[in-house]
Every structure is written in structure tokens, then in C-alpha cells.
Design a binder for this molecule. Structure first.
Ligand code: 3PG
Length: 398
């Protein structure tokens, strides 16, 4: 991969695709890890005299302008981490954004509004890519965590400007390659979180490469419901029941063990102070929501981890943002960290929420490697060439 370190950037306006898709809470940034990791690579570029136009998405607004998903507070947080003012453009592209980009001096930074407010972004649309290309003269993809998405800001744009990989993209690829070159067996994956539809197909493909898959969070609700268990009003995806059945039967035929919760924690609402009930699997009432795995599930997971040599983790095991529903995620994080500290396992975790949960549990430093990437990390594990990376390998314009 050609890296931004290989080109002269002193007089250039860099159009940098970052991943500022950070967990938010009450309009503020709840976990700044992705911002901090990005800034570590950005600072030296600015010191070399580059001007930076930063593009990112936040959440999944589906092509609509949604004020609660504006990148403005994230741009302010970026400025705080960087220690300097960062300009913000409400326009994503077009003449207004282009004027703000043209006004940048050496070392200046501009953040444009959430790319996904424009429905052309996820459609990998050529006209949006043309407009974005007007904002800079060298495209730098520094969002390894978005490289599994073929969007206008990750693929179409790289076909229109000279394109290189950014510092964080390079660091992620080299660290993951090193950590997972020949993973020691048994290899155990923990897969949770709320993004069921975008991860469940990846799970199907990963099964052949792993010894055990522990399923948690919203993903587990979908598995439990597909098995005919009551899940009340828990978030789940009934459209994926068939995929669940395929995963279970494929796991059986390739000898991969699937570990599902054996007990649950439910509440009647997802709010701080909501009463948490520990219950058997078949006891979630109609008005209840499963918000965490129960204590026996935690012990079961600990037993599985005790046998592992490699732990791969993407997605929290419960609604970790609110106590006491962070309990399973925290207890499992603490155990994975302990096993790593005593040298029994290599542990690799990834994803915005997962990193936030590890930070909250205070164990991030103990893990062998923590990636900012979630879905991209899983697809990379599958052995797939990610579209945002492969487009950087093809011959560029300059
Ligand atoms: C992530 O959080 O994994 C990336 O920012 C990609 O987000 P997405 O799953 O909404 O495309």
C-alpha cells in the first residue's frame, strides 16, 4: 500500500477519510478513542505543513439530516484532542464546502458534516465523489474501520484523486497482520452488539475458521428468538432467523461450538434505574427486554475462555452503556484481560462500542491489541479483501 508518508504533502490539501463514528451520549462524545487514535497520525501531517479536510460519517441517518447525528460536537472534540481550533462546514460538499476548504492555511483542519446525511454516500455515487474531489488534491484513507464499506468517500473518491493510505490505516493493518498471522488454537470469538444484520453474514463465514463462537448482545436475542424462546420486546432481527439456522447447522458440520446465553437479565425499559431481573432463558415476559447475559452465562463464558489460546472480540455482550446492564461485558472483559496478563492468551478486540466498553472496564491496556475497527475487523478476519483497501492498491492517478 502506498502510504501518506511516501508522498510530499507540504503544499497539499489532504482530503482525509477518518472514522469519527464515536459513541455519543446526551449530545457529547462518550468515548474519544477513535478521535485520539486518528489525531496521533494527523498531528505529524499537520506539522509537515499539510492542510486537512476531514470527512466522516456518524451513525446511520439513512440519507436524512438528523441534528442528533451532526458531526459538529465531534469536530469540537477533535479540536480539543488536537489542541487547536478546527473549522466545521455544515455543507458536506459543493461550493460552500469548497470555499471553506480553499480558505485553509498550512496546518489547518476543516471537518465537513456527516457524509451519511447525503444519500449518495452509501450508494458509492460518482457525482458525490466528484464534488468531494473538489475539496482536496490528495485523498488519504485513514479509516480502516470503514474499509469494508464501498461508499463514495471510501471507494468512488479514490478513483478520482491520487489516493494513499493514512497513518492509522497503515498501523491497523500491520498490527492485525502481526497479531493474527498464525493464531494459536483454540481460537474463540465473542460476537455481540446491536448491528445484527451487518454482522450475521460475516459470522456465517467465520465459523469455519474458529473453534468456538460466543454470541451475545442483540445478536444473541436474534439467536434465542430463532430458537423459539420468548424475548419480549428485545431488539432483534426476525428477517435473519434463516441465517441463524444456517449458522447453527454449518457450525455443527465444521465442529465449531456456538455458545449462547444460558440465562438472561431483563428489565421493562432501557433506562438508568430500571429494575434488573435475572431469569431463566424461557422467562422473559412480553413487556420485558433482555439487556444483559445472566451470571451463569458469564461463568460459562469464563470456562470457554479458560481453554482458549486466542480471543477475538467484537461487540458488547449487553447494553453496556447503562449500569447494571454492563455487568456481563465488564466481567468477561476483566477475565480476558487477566488471561492476557498471565500470558495464557492473545486477545484482540475491535469496534467503537467494544473499545468504549473496555475503556469503561479499565482493561484496554491489558489486551494484546485493540483495533478501532469492528465490522471491518471481522471481515478482515474472514480473509476478505476490503473494498476501501483494494482501491488503494490499484494504480492511482498520481
Ligand atoms: C464502525 O463503527 O464499525 C464503522 O464506523 C462503520 O460503521 P457502519 O457499520 O455503520 O458502516
Amino acid at each position: 500500500l502506498k502510504s501518506v508518508h511516501d508522498v510530499d504533502i507540504s503544499s497539499r490539501r489532504l482530503l482525509i477519510r477518518a472514522d469519527l463514528n464515536v459513541p455519543m451520549n446526551n449530545g457529547g462524545v462518550a468515548d474519544a478513542t477513535r478521535i485520539e487514535r486518528f489525531v496521533a497520525g494527523l498531528k505529524p501531517l499537520l506539522a509537515r505543513g499539510a492542510r486537512a479536510v476531514v470527512l466522516s460519517h456518524l451513525g446511520r441517518p439513512d440519507g436524512q439530516r438528523r441534528p442528533e447525528l451532526s458531526l459538529e460536537p465531534v469536530a469540537a472534540a477533535l479540536g480539543r484532542v488536537l489542541g487547536k481550533d478546527v473549522a466545521f462546514s455544515e455543507a458536506i460538499s459543493g461550493p460552500v464546502a469548497a470555499r471553506s476548504a480553499a480558505a485553509l492555511g498550512p496546518g489547518d483542519v476543516l471537518v465537513c458534516e456527516n457524509l451519511r446525511f447525503d444519500q449518495r454516500e452509501e450508494a458509492n455515487d460518482a457525482s458525490l465523489a466528484e464534488e468531494l474531489a473538489e475539496l482536496g488534491d490528495l485523498y488519504v484513507n485513514d479509516a480502516f474501520s470503514c474499509a469494508h464499506r464501498a461508499h463514495a468517500s471510501t471507494v468512488a473518491i479514490a478513483e478520482r484523486l491520487p489516493a494513499v493510505a493514512g497513518p492509522l490505516m497503515m498501523a491497523e493493518i500491520s498490527a492485525l497482520t502481526q497479531a493474527l498471522e498464525a493464531p494459536q488454537r483454540p481460537a474463540v470469538a465473542l460476537v455481540g452488539g446491536a448491528k445484527v444484520s451487518s454482522k450475521i453474514d460475516v459470522l456465517f463465514n467465520l465459523i469455519g475458521k474458529l473453534d468456538t463462537v460466543i454470541v451475545g448482545g442483540g445478536m444473541a436475542n436474534t439467536f434465542l428468538a430463532a430458537n423459539g424462546l420468548p424475548i419480549g420486546k428485545s431488539p432483534h432481527e426476525s428477517a435473519k432467523f434463516e441465517t441463524v439456522r444456517k449458522i447453527l447447522s454449518r457450525a455443527q458440520s465444521c465442529g465449531c461450538q456456538i455458545v449462547l446465553p444460558v440465562d438472561i437479565v431483563w428489565a421493562d425499559r432501557f433506562e438508568r434505574g430500571a429494575e434488573a431481573h435475572i431469569a431463566e432463558l424461557d422467562c422473559c415476559p412480553q413487556h420485558g427486554m433482555i439487556l444483559d447475559a445472566g451470571p451463569r452465562s458469564i461463568e460459562r463464558i469464563w470456562d470457554v475462555l479458560a481453554e482458549a489460546k486466542t480471543i477475538l472480540w467484537n461487540g458488547p455482550l449487553g447494553a453496556f452503556e447503562i449500569e447494571p446492564f454492563d455487568h456481563a461485558t465488564e466481567a468477561v472483559a476483566a477475565e480476558a484481560a487477566r488471561l492476557t496478563r498471565v500470558g495464557k492468551v492473545k486477545s484482540i478486540a475491535g469496534g467503537g462500542d467494544t473499545v468504549a466498553a473496555l475503556n469503561a472496564a479499565g482493561v484496554t491496556e491489558d489486551f494484546t491489541y485493540v483495533s478501532t475497527a469492528g465490522g471491518a475487523f471481522l471481515e478482515w478476519l474472514e480473509g476478505k479483501e476490503l473494498p476501501g483497501v483494494s482501491v488503494l492498491r490499484t494504480p492511482q492517478l498520481a
